[in-house]
Ligand binder design. Structure first.
Ligand code: KG4
Ligand code: ZN
Length: 377
């Protein structure tokens, strides 16, 4: 519908320069430039390399998105951008670009939360998000269970990883198997040829006294590495497909079990799964089966919308406009540790419209590098 908000979204929190354009719940363009190949030889994302790549890709990617969508920049109702969480230097490129576009075009600016965007993107695939929705977000940087009754204003964290993110575990196991980076897609492929029950790898934090919704994948990663090491030092061949399948089974078992339990405990009938790991074929199949058995409706966007992209940011921006949320101020900063409970960063001059009582400063000295450190370990 032509009266739905037309929003451009910019995403630069990690290694993808994403620019999306949506009208309400309709995807018009999803342009992505990735620097993943430049990081491959380091086995993880290098923040400075990512920032430089964003800078180079930004203008061409915005122009490509506008062309793909067949809209003029002057027709936009707003410009949305990931304000955090993510790599500080990488976020800054997106925030600066979004400010420049919004200011030059005379459009409102919406600094939005990367995690809430991962949830909101499903509106482009399956229509309006049910309220409430349970979200399982699994990527290289995060693994969380979130409950949202309104994606523009209410996101409640139920649990998260206490060590490695799910995608990080895939990447590290792939590295031990010498399968390259990123590890998720290649492990997914090998696992299809393997036996998921060949090796009984541990299911972290599933004991009766463990936090019911938190995750831990570092013990699993270590168990896999030790198992491989034992084979190698015994001079035996490592059965790559079986290791991949058994590891993948352990991760997806825990993720789906906890997500379904959270839905049941909270009386929520809709589960969405997002983030790069949601592309995993076994995770999708297992979630489908377990949700069906529990009477839960499952929503998983197509893989391209699950990995980092600009369309998800535009989707949340459009929802902010549709629900009349306050735009951000021109001094919006990148906030590498923006709390998940803040779906967007309303301007101080408009803060009456927000119930968040923004007290922590969004000044530049608040910006610091955090998320990338453990990628080197
Ligand atoms: O959401 P995303 O693109 O970026 C982050 O915010 O991290 O997720 C990337 C992560 C990587 O760790 C990658 O290995 C993982 O998602 N991934 C997968 C699959 N495709 C991507 N993990 C498991 N199975 C897949 N098919
Ligand atoms: Zn992400």
């Amino acid at each position: 519908m032509a009266d739905e908000p037309l929003v451009l979204g910019i995403e630069t929190s990690c290694d993808e320069t994403g620019v999306g354009i949506v009208r309400g719940h309709t995807l018009l363009a999803d342009a992505v430039a990735s620097s993943v190949d430049e990081h491959a030889r380091y086995g993880g994302v290098v923040p400075e390399v990512a920032s430089r790549a964003h800078l180079e890709a930004m203008v061409p990617t915005v122009e490509r998105a506008l062309k793909d969508a067949g809209v003029a920049a002057s027709d936009l109702d707003g410009v949305a951008v990931t304000a955090g969480p993510g790599l500080a230097g990488a976020l800054l490129v997106g925030v600066s670009a979004a400010k420049a576009y919004a200011y030059a075009l005379g459009k409102p600016l919406y600094g939005v939360n990367h995690l809430a965007s991962h949830i909101c993107v499903d509106q482009l695939e399956h229509g309006a998000l049910p309220e409430p929705t349970m979200a399982l977000l699994v990527s290289g940087g995060h693994s969380s269970l979130l409950l949202s009754s309104d994606i523009t204003s209410d996101v409640r964290p139920l649990g998260a990883t206490i060590d490695d993110a799910a995608g990080e575990a895939f990447d590290k196991v792939a590295r031990v198997l010498n399968l390259g980076f990123p590890g998720g897609p290649v492990i997914d492929r090998y696992a299809r040829e393997g036996d998921p029950e060949a090796i009984a790898f541990p299911r972290g934090l599933t004991g009766p006294r463990d936090a019911p919704y938190d995750f831990s994948f570092s013990g699993l990663k270590t168990a896999v590495a030790r198992w491989i090491e034992a084979k190698r030092s015994a001079g035996e061949e490592v059965p790559v497909a079986d290791v991949a399948a058994s590891f993948q089974e352990a991760v997806t078992d825990v993720l789906t079990r906890k997500a379904v339990r959270a839905c049941r405990d909270e009386g929520v009938e809709h589960l969405m799964i997002g983030g790069g790991v949601a592309a995993n074929s076994r995770l999708r199949a297992m979630a489908r089966a377990r949700c069906e058995a529990a009477g839960i409706t499952l929503r998983v966007p197509r893989p391209k919308l699950c990995t980092d992209n600009g369309a998800m940011v535009a989707a949340l921006g459009a929802e902010m406009v549709a629900r009349d949320r306050a735009p951000s101020d021109w001094d919006l900063s990148a906030d590498s540790s923006l709390p998940v409970t803040e779906p967007h960063v309303p301007g101080v001059s408009h803060s009456g419209a927000s119930g968040h009582g923004h007290t922590h400063g969004h000044s530049h000295d608040h910006v610091h590098e955090t998320s990338a450190e453990n990628l080197y370990s």
